[in-house]
Design a protein around this ligand. Structure first.
Ligand SMILES: Nc1ncnc2c1ncn2[C@@H]1O[C@H](COP(=O)(O)OP(=O)(O)OP(=O)(O)O)[C@@H](O)[C@H]1O
Length: 504
């Protein structure tokens, strides 16, 4: 096979860090090539250079033998390079076809565009209705819009940055079929993911990055997931510690919590009830968009709840805002790390003060004691192995996984009575995800109640004592994790409560 893309000696420096350090590798024509590496290893920077979003300081690229140095994404697209991002950029109020048209330089008439979308979606097995409103679509369907948008450009190279983190197992299977078909037709695929088992079934080549440098190449089909992880990290991974746990008193009680949908595309919470005990981890699973964000914001106090519906250690906090709930010991970590959990342009010190000021004694006569705030940011960085030049770095300059470690660490180290987190290891590499899970389990072992909302079933089964499913804003009765079978989980996620039939 010939090489479609060749990269030679590519270097990109940021203040205090070399994100890519003399990176060289090649992607074969029709190959599905994985980029592997821990958080901050430089994967996103590398694909941004290929897509014309970031200019390298040194190095060259060749596409199909010709010199390639895109000045912007438009030039990259013109050369046949397309990219599907982790975060979608779609307008919820517009239709699929309208969204696709908006991204095109020279969009055809709407009727023709709808026809082409239908053709592409049928050819590649990506079910999509061009007239559907994007706001009504699942995360997997939204991703299909982005993929179809790329395929309409007839790309030679398709870059995908962590495409499966928002998908159900069924949607992952559909995506892999599509990617294999594309590769079979000669399109090359550059694939970033932390899910090593997925890489082993999908990809036929892999480049491993560590600290911005290429540390190895391999055929992932012939390399075990453990070996891949070890080559990424450079050391052997510690197996998670087994814990012993004893559930204590009820620390958080939610009863009859109903709230209307926050907006046109939100989900209403319907009579949600749960009891969380000290020392316990309760896992809440569910497909994205079934009320996860709404449950977190109701518990955080971003939206107030009906009187008597949320009790912390027996006290009604339903009408208290976030600051009072924090003071009382209920802390939360939302899913969206950049913008919700952290302010992108603020330093880590300032972000540490944002949620930690009260509980970490940073307030002096109403003013923040910045030395203390910096001290706390340093503590989080050290305890959670956050890779950054220091606490003065802006939140946005951290790689996704490192910022995630920071925002989770910031809450865990505030010694909460109850911690509620949504997607705590989203986009986090295997070693860091294990560290975050361990920290949550340790927090519970120390006597806190921990509620983890996640779409990662393996994660929930690994760390939770009990498991409940969120479906269309309703929470099932929690079941001890040890009693669960995959079939039962499937029924719970589909909305079957007790012996009722699933309504799909
Ligand atoms: N705009 C920026 N300004 C300053 N530093 C940056 C910027 N973008 C990336 N970096 C730094 O470059 C390094 C590589 O980051 P990059 O996002 O490429 O890593 P990654 O491998 O994609 O990580 P993750 O898996 O966490 O997404 C990190 O140390 C990061 O902090």
């Amino acid at each position: 096979m010939t090489d479609l893309l060749r990269i030679d000696g590519l270097t990109k420096r940021y203040p205090g860090v070399v994100a890519n350090d003399g990176v060289s590798f090649a992607v074969r024509t029709g190959g599905i090539h994985a980029l592997l590496g821990e958080n901050g290893a430089g994967k996103s920077t590398l694909v941004k250079v290929i897509y014309g979003l970031v200019k390298p300081d040194a190095g060259t690229m060749k596409l199909d033998g010709a010199s390639y140095a895109p000045s912007d994404p438009k030039a990259a697209r013109a050369a046949g390079v397309a990219m599907v991002f982790q975060h979608f950029s779609l307008f919820e109020a517009l239709s699929v076809a309208e969204n696709v048209g908006l991204g095109m330089e020279d969009p055809p008439r709407m009727r023709d565009l709808s026809r082409r979308i239908r053709e592409v979606s049928e050819t590649y097995g990506l079910p999509l209705d061009p007239s559907a409103r994007v706001g009504d679509l699942s995360a997997g369907e939204r991703q299909r819009v982005e993929i179809v948008r790329c395929l309409l450009q007839d790309p030679r190279l398709l870059i995908m940055d962590e495409p499966t983190s928002v998908l159900t197992p069924q949607e992952v299977a559909i995506l892999f079929e599509t990617l294999r078909k594309l590769a079979g037709e000669g399109t090359s695929i550059l694939y970033i993911s932390h899910k090593l088992e997925e890489i082993r079934v999908l990809c036929d080549a892999a480049t491993i990055l560590r600290g911005g440098r290429v540390v190895g190449e391999c055929d992932p089909r012939e390399t075990s997931a453990a070996e891949l992880a070890e080559r990424m990290v450079g050391t052997k991974l510690a197996a998670p510690k087994v814990r012993t746990h004893k559930a204590g008193d009820v620390v958080l009680e939610v009863a009859g919590l109903s709230l209307p949908a926050p907006g046109q595309f939100g989900t209403a919470l319907k009579n949600v009830g749960l009891r969380l005990r000290a020392g316990e981890v309760l896992g809440v699973g569910g497909v994205a968009g079934n009320g996860q964000d709404e449950l977190l914001s109701a518990l955080a106090g971003e939206r107030l709840a009906p009187v008597g519906s949320i009790l912390l250690e027996g006290k009604d906090i339903s009408r208290s805002g976030p600051a009072r709930r924090r003071r009382a010991g209920l802390l939360t970590g939302p899913e969206e790390r950049l913008g919700h959990a952290a302010v992108p342009n603020m330093s880590l010190t300032r972000n540490a003060a944002l949620t930690g000021a009260q509980r970490k004694g940073m307030l002096r006569r109403g003013f923040v004691d910045w030395a203390r705030a910096k001290g706390f940011a340093d503590e989080v960085i050290a305890a959670f192995d956050v890779r950054t030049p220091g606490p003065e770095a802006a939140a946005r300059s951290l790689s996704g996984g490192n910022l995630q470690k920071f925002v989770i660490g910031r809450e865990v180290l505030q010694n909460p009575k109850v911690l509620v987190v949504n997607q705590p290891t989203w986009g986090v590499d295997a070693a860091a995800a294990a560290a975050i899970r361990q920290a949550l389990v340790d927090l519970a072992a120390g006597g806190a109640g921990v509620l983890i909302i996640s779409q990662d079933l393996d994660e929930l089964l690994e760390v939770s004592d009990r498991f409940a499913a969120l479906n269309e804003g309703r929470l099932s009765d929690p079941v001890p994790t040890a009693d669960l079978t995959l079939e039962r989980i499937g029924l719970m996620l589909g909305g079957a409560h007790g012996m009722e039939a699933a309504h799909v």
